[in-house]
Ligand binder design. Sequence first.
Ligand SMILES: [Zn+2]
Length: 447
Amino acid sequence: MQPVIDASRAVENLRTLIRIPTISHLDKSDTDWSQFVNFRETLASLYPRTHEVLDLELVDGHSMLFRWAGAAPGEATVLMAHYDVVFAEDEGWEHPAFSAELVGEGVDQKVWGRGTLDDKGSLVTILEAVEANVAAGFIPAHDIYLSFGHNEETAGSGAGLVVDLLERRGVRPALVIDEGGAVVEDIFPGVTKPIAVVGVSEKGILSVRLTVMQQGGHASTPPRLAATSRLARAVVRLNRSPFRKSFVATNLEMIRTLGAHARQPLKWVFTNLWLTKLPLLALFSRLSDETNAMVRTTQVVTQLSGAQAANALAERAEAIVNIRVAIDSSVEKTLAHVRRAIRDEAVSVEALHPSEPSPVSPTTGRAWDLLKETIEETYSGTIVTPYVMLGASDSRYFTRISDFVYRFSPFEMSKKERGTLHAKNERIHVATFLKGVGFYSRLIRKV
Ligand SMILES: [Zn+2]
């Protein structure tokens, strides 16, 4: 029996779930966990068949792990999403952040609200697809897991603990899909067709704390180099020492794949990389902040602190540098670069929450082909390309138990819409949301 997707019900379900403010706060005690309980209870009432047929375990308190038992063992699939969202208040929003208003008509119709794109939209598309297929009596060939994290936005512990659990049970997924890339336009010079970018790896991430300690005292008799100035000097030195630039193999594959669809003479430039690679690398490092981030480790000072009072010397001056590590580098190499750039023993350099870049998932073989084919069936005329994700996602934990981890949300997102992630006026087109349901429904029947 073919699954039947009730489009208007799916949209209503999304709206219901957007209205539950499952906001993640860095300080766990600020988080209203009753909203997370409410969210899960609502899921159970909206998706009764899924809850009847799939086994559900809670991990780390609130992360949800469903197992849909397959007809035969082996080759498990994991579909991921997270149901926490970043903070939003209504100010500056055209439609309130948690009202889930349905705005516009026809192809322009959108659902507004925090979490529509990041990442309840994915969660709901997965569940709509599962619910419809369970109702149709479908049994997957092998186990399908749904892993819905509760603290992705705060780089929390949920996904890591889910992976620990699966690892203990000997689960080695043949395919893992999480948020990340999307169907986008106008991201590559000379290419007008829509492009599906699929994250095959993601950069590493760490924060580095730079600290200068000094004897305190009154600001009327300052030393020649106060702790704050010493720290500022370190920051300036670091800024003057950008990390080495390079194209990793995934960058080159992306340029070749997309370049083949570019108009001339750009097509020639992008497909003769043996000759054009070095000038292109120089161009990427200068073209935009995004292309620069593609070709090197990036660093930015996000926090600075000094004395407690305006007229006191700082006993401790501190800077936090947020660093995204290129996939051909490592946390260790990055720290060595930072120390070398600062060249001052009085500035202590300490890594906070380091996470290495992820291994690269293959762009050949069954998992990739299946994903590519399903994207092409859902969005016909789309070019599918691998890329390296610049941000971090929960899927990085899964690289420990699977070589086939891909980061892709099955939605079309304009540049403007991508700009609403973690910002004001987040919304999703109803049409693309429904295509997302179709994407997961097809995928589920193939794996
Ligand atoms: Zn997200």
